[in-house]
Design a protein around this ligand. Sequence first.
Ligand code: C2E
Ligand code: CA
Ligand code: CA
Ligand code: CA
Length: 277
Amino acid sequence: SKEHGRDQLYFFEQQMQQQLRQRQKLEHELKLALTEQQFSLYYQPKVNSVRQLAGYEALIRWHHPEQGMVPPDLFIPLAESSGLIIDIGTWVLKTACLQIKYFVDQGARLAIAVNVSQRQLVQKDFVDTVQQIIKDTGIQANLLELEITESMLHDDLEATRQKLLALSDIGVTFSLDDFGTGYSSLSYLKNLPIHVLKIDQSFVKEFLIEKTDRAIVLTIIAMAETLGLMVVAEGVEQQQQFEELAEMGCALFQGYLFGKPAPLPELMSKKINLVDA
Ligand code: C2E
Ligand code: CA
Ligand code: CA
Ligand code: CA
């Protein structure tokens, strides 16, 4: 009936408004999070084929005062749509570079990979920001790795190329994250200074049983070898996955099998043996 329809519409509007309010609340809290120092970086190790530590990926964590730990998949999209990702991303870069400096002071030359958002990359001053942070922290640029995804390369490819080249010239390296999940165009690999391909965890998860996934993994590794790129397998959880990937020629590995993302004090106290110390 008409009446029923109106009730439903009313209910729907109520729900929409509630969602909007929740979103606004979270956005407001996200803004506070930076000044209230509620963010921290966790670090997940990357290892080589003999399980030696080869570097870390920095992953942001938000310690919400009431909700506890909010996973990045929940707040990064909001940070992106609201523009807060610019300041958050700068904080991540600074914090990771300070950590690199700390490692070097401890006698360990360890690279740290930092995830970069599309919104950050398209900023006119992105190159300047990164350069300034490298300068301020006094680190060697080649210890900083930036992880980008193929989806970021769709618009304004030429401007992006110039930025990557400028940073690559001073020694910063670039990884293509979640490789194989987006619309891969091999011309990216030819025209951009990409140094590392990260095989997406969705392929790693099933390749032991799924023929297609195995074929994709093999293809990525073969292609990387031909192009002189490093390959990292993400989401390695089982010993058998590790062994077979190593046999297939994968150089670096990341996943719960070697360590979950963790705050560094824990990692340091474990005294993982350092490759390049
Ligand atoms: P990502 O860059 O693909 O990061 C890998 C994600 O896989 C991380 O989730 C990591 O904890 C998880 N992971 C690692 N090893 C395993 C494994 O063996 N099994 C399983 N099931 N998962 C594993 P996390 O930390 O929740 O981050 C999710 C996403 O949030 C990241 O995906 C990245 O896209 C984004 N993100 C995280 N930190 C930052 C940041 O500082 N800046 C930006 N822009 N994005 C970030
Ligand atoms: Ca990543
Ligand atoms: Ca990834
Ligand atoms: Ca991802």
